[in-house]
Design a protein around this ligand. Structure first.
Ligand code: PRP
Ligand code: URA
Length: 208
């Protein structure tokens, strides 16, 4: 069974519409990416493991809980960078491991140019951050890298997915849940998501 979770949250739908708008400038675009990521990460982390922890309040003892899982945030450069800060505020002890990939414009295959993962895993749960799941090549390559590293629990957090990319990721890595704001219609003949939002890296960084 495919683990695909498109958000139904009204705030996500509202902010995604603003994000798609071609009139949205990079500053606002970055703000929206950050806000959407917080909402999506909230939905993606409902099954994190807790351990009991008692705490003393000014009025007495309270039963409480604390996160047991060490979380790794894995943004795929460049566009995934804008998804880090918001989640990091929610989970300040998360580690951030960058993976640099770009799509070759002709073949659409991911080309790796950066990876600074340590030799063995330091976290229990990895959240891959990338706004766009187009052909799925970059997401599959990142899961391959993380699994080879030894990661056992991986989740993909994205903004827009094409059916082709979702299919490819769920076929290659059926154990990786996909948390996403929307599933769009299709890819066009140059591998862009339609209607999508254009180039997520260029729109964040004012390039292109
Ligand atoms: C974009 C996007 C994903 C990838 C998705 O990155 O951020 O990483 O394309 O496409 P795929 O599913 O077909 O692999 P891009 O290669 O444009 O690099 P950038 O983030 O540096 O702009
Ligand atoms: N990468 C993007 O930034 N946008 C797309 O539509 C596809 C890949």
């Amino acid at each position: 069974m495919a683990l695909v979770f498109p958000s139904t949250h009204p705030l996500v739908k509202h902010k995604l519409t603003l994000l798609r708008d071609m009139k949205t400038e990079p500053k606002k675009f970055r703000e929206l990416i950050r806000e959407l990521t917080v909402l999506l990460a909230y939905e993606a982390t409902t099954d994190l493991t807790l351990v009991d922890k008692d705490v003393t309040t000014p009025m007495g003892q309270a039963r409480g809980a604390q996160l047991a899982d060490k979380i790794g945030l894995v943004p795929i450069l460049r566009a995934g960078l804008g998804m880090v800060e918001g989640i990091w505020e929610l989970m300040p002890s998360a580690e951030v491991w960058h993976i640099g990939l770009y799509r070759d414009e002709k073949t659409l295959r991911p080309v790796q140019y950066y990876n600074k993962l340590p030799i063995s895993p330091t976290v229990e749960v990895c959240l891959i951050l990338d706004p766009m799941l187009a052909t799925g090549g970059s997401a599959v390559a990142t899961c391959d890298i993380l699994k080879k590293w030894g990661a056992r629990r991986i989740k993909f957090v994205g903004v827009i997915g094409a059916p082709e990319g979702i299919q490819r990721l769920t076929t290659a890595h059926p154990d990786v849940p996909i948390h996403i704001a929307a599933v769009d219609e299709r890819l066009n003949d140059i591998g862009y998501i339609v209607p999508g939002l254009g180039d997520a890296g260029d729109r964040q960084f004012g390039t292109g």
